[in-house]
Design a protein around this ligand. Structure first.
Ligand code: NAP
Length: 248
């Protein structure tokens, strides 16, 4: 039986790189997306034509009904997950806090915080040995923004990622004796489309001089850290936030 992994926001960027690497490591891969069906379908086609197993499900992680439908569909199609990557995340147009609307802050928190909680909850219900599950591992995708604060750009996003760090620490302790490890990766400046949604597609190249290694990172470099944390090689590692940020 293949191990089953669910990667939220797996259609593009870090999630897509994680899906490709997981397939290479012989996971059956479920990925969710919210809008970009074409990208999700292409990734599924790439994985299956290389001999892997993959499924894409449209589901907004900020909506509880969508999350329940997502997990039910994965149960029915691939079987019980043993790995969850809480990767779906958004930021909005660069702005100072004094100009942020309540709606914008709520949208960011709903996807990044509520979405991560809901998916973690559904994963624990399936993995916990206290609920007759086989155990498993969860990796939350945080951000170095949680410590740097993102002043003048997106303090709401940074604060949402601080919540993801704390979810990681608390949940890890809560389920440590139930066969589930919970960790986070904290990427720095990674070349993906997310910077365009903040209004600055070239942001990584503008800011990369502040990175001790002098460059931005790739989605594949983050994926390697995620898959390591999920693997048995990390069997005594839980509640940690692993920085993947070139030293920044
Ligand atoms: P990206 O290229 O913009 O991709 C975002 C992915 O999330 C897409 O697959 C998107 O689906 C999906 N998504 C967005 N909102 C969703 C929702 N409500 N429900 C379900 N899926 C949703 O972003 P990325 O840079 O790869 O970011 C991935 C994660 O890494 C995020 O949590 C982000 O905060 C974190 N991160 C990124 C960086 C960086 O520099 N890139 C740094 C630190 C942390 P569609 O394709 O359907 O739109």
């Amino acid at each position: 039986m293949k191990k089953v992994i669910l990667i939220t926001g797996g259609s593009r960027g870090i999630g897509a790189a994680t899906a490709r690497l997981a397939a290479q490591q012989h996971y059956a891969v479920a990925l969710s997306y919210v809008n970009n069906r074409a990208a999700a379908d292409q990734l599924v086609a790439d994985i299956t034509s290389a001999g892997g197993q993959a499924l894409a499900v449209q589901a907004d992680v900020a909506l509880e009904a969508d999350v329940l439908r997502l997990f039910a569909q994965v149960d029915a199609s691939l079987g019980r997950i043993s790995a969850l990557v809480n990767n779906a995340g958004v930021l909005e147009q660069q702005s100072r806090v004094e100009h942020m609307t309540a709606e914008r802050i709520s949208r960011v928190l709903a996807t990044n915080v509520l979405g991560s909680f809901l998916c973690a909850r559904e994963a624990v219900r399936r993995m916990s040995t206290a609920q007759d599950g086989p155990g498993g591992a969860i990796v939350n995708v945080s951000s170095r923004a949680s410590k740097l604060g993102s002043p003048g750009e997106y303090v709401d996003y940074a604060a949402s990622k601080a919540a993801v760090d704390t979810l990681t620490i608390g949940l890890a302790k809560e389920v440590a004796a139930e066969g589930i490890r919970v960790n986070a990766v904290s990427p720095g400046l990674i070349y993906t489309d997310i910077h365009a949604s903040g209004g600055e597609p070239g942001r990584v190249d503008r800011v990369k001089t502040s990175v001790p290694m002098g460059r931005g990172g790739t989605p594949e470099e983050v994926a390697q850290a995620v898959l390591w944390l999920l693997s048995d090689a990390a069997s005594y590692t839980t509640g940690t936030v692993l920085e993947v940020s070139g030293g920044r």
